[in-house]
Design a protein around this ligand. Sequence first.
Ligand code: ADP
Ligand code: MG
Length: 573
Amino acid sequence: MSTETFEFQVEARQLLQLMIHSVYSNKDVFLRELVSNASDALDKLRLEKLWDDSLDADVSDLHIEIDVDKDARTLTVRDNGIGMSYDEVGRLIGTIANSGTAKFLQELKEAKDAAGEEGLIGQFGVGFYSGFMVADEVTLLTRRAGESRGTRWTSRGEGTYTLETVDDAPQGTSVTLHLKPADPENQLHDYTSPWKIKEIIKRYSDFITWPVRMMPEATPVAAADESSEDGEGGKAPEPETLNSMKALWARSRDEVSDDEYHELYKHIAHDWRDPLETIRLQAEGTFEYQALLFLPAHAPHDLFTRDFQRGVQLYVKRVFIMDDCEALLPPYLRFVKGVVDAADLSLNVSREILQQDRHIELMRRRLTKKVLSTVKEMKTKDQERYDTFWREFGTVLKEGLVTDPENRDAVLAVASFASTHHDTEPTTLKQYVERMKDGQEDIYYLTGESRQSIENSPHMEAFRDRGIEVLLLTDAVDEVWADAVGEYEGKKLRSVAKGRIDLGAEDEDTPDADREKRTEEYAGLLGWMKEQLDGDVKDVRLSSRLTVSPACVVSDAHDLTPALENMYRAMGQ
Ligand code: ADP
Ligand code: MG
């Protein structure tokens, strides 16, 4: 068979360099990544076979196997799952599809020092490539279920990899790491030690729903030990299953440690960081389900792109059914990760059916409320954690103010906004209202590109002079929700850039008669200006809202701003 050599895509090469020279101290996680991939591959095969019974694949004993060879210093993770075709290997392993990677690499360049680098690597899932943290060569042998020939991929991580067609590969994938030379200083990181492997699997992959098996050590001494313990001398050693395979969501809360929950999160979210919050829900009755949801600590880079994979995993009685099940949560909670296990759904349930199912609808409403109440609780009990949450996901959550009237109040209750009241600390609407001056009727806000550009707006002058607080809103969605919500606790939400603004009693004393008189006086000028600006503005008026700037543009209270128009278009309306 001919062997072809290929170059890694640029980003892939950069990531590999990073892995090879990694300063990341927790190298154990490479095994978690490989087992996680193997588990995904088994899930995929089981599903594919379910949909297409004619698929020529063996699904009788789906499992993951780990082999260590002390003498050769190799470690192999093998699965008999879906496998990859020749093209898929090149596409999936030779490139990095994740759009956030470029940004990550940029941040990494800027981090410069080792501590910063370690922090960043720790925050970023590098999946398959993490094997290069501990290996100087990686070989992957794979055959896609249903296909007759396999593919061997080999690389030393240094810019190129080779691909080769193989006639006799078993179904599924095996990844063999040629481990770097042993470090005599650091026996703790001996990945040829079965004890070490067991410990890592237990710690990171215990909940994996497929058996992770390992043969007892193949050395004669070990084999003898094993059989004499059993008292069945001479028999071939049996593989040992290293994980309990227990679904965490089916176990009671006090049986599961936070660490275990966090590892499950990392597996399903493909994130390397701990989640910010774990949410459990058990629903009993006619439609039984268990949910284990997570609020991530960081927004993914592609949260606002069209192809963001939203939704949680759906299981039916512990059997994985689908990833990204978008029917279970509304779009504005698309960052929530986790598992929902429903007892009474068909294993063949499709996305279309889910969209129309009444029980699913009820489930979505319940899960939505649960997520929002969790955020609220976080806000009352742990301000710092809430601040992180809001910084990362506030923009998305605010979409709910527009799209989910049922939960509008719950979203408003956890929403906070930048305001002229404080340079850095955001305020809630409740706090704003408590600070409102006597005679102030409305809640004022102004939208714009950035806090600074808003503060420099001529519209702000009168408010600044009178010491009236203004919310400074910089997200595109802000235009939309403020209009949609309209008021809070009976106070109207009003843009200081729209329509006539009446700044309370003081101004009313200098009566309109005065302005009328002046309007007459300036009628010529105003008329001329309106003529000159014909088509660009609707009217030209004298104003008391400015103290320094000579003029400003004001929209009608109901005009669409450009950002608003874009937003509606994006929402398909
Ligand atoms: P991720 O798991 O986050 O997608 P990885 O770098 O871990 O990223 O893996 C990249 C891709 O390679 C996977 O999405 C999958 O398509 C493929 N892959 C990796 N390992 C396996 C495996 N054991 N069996 C089948 N496909 C695999
Ligand atoms: Mg992976």
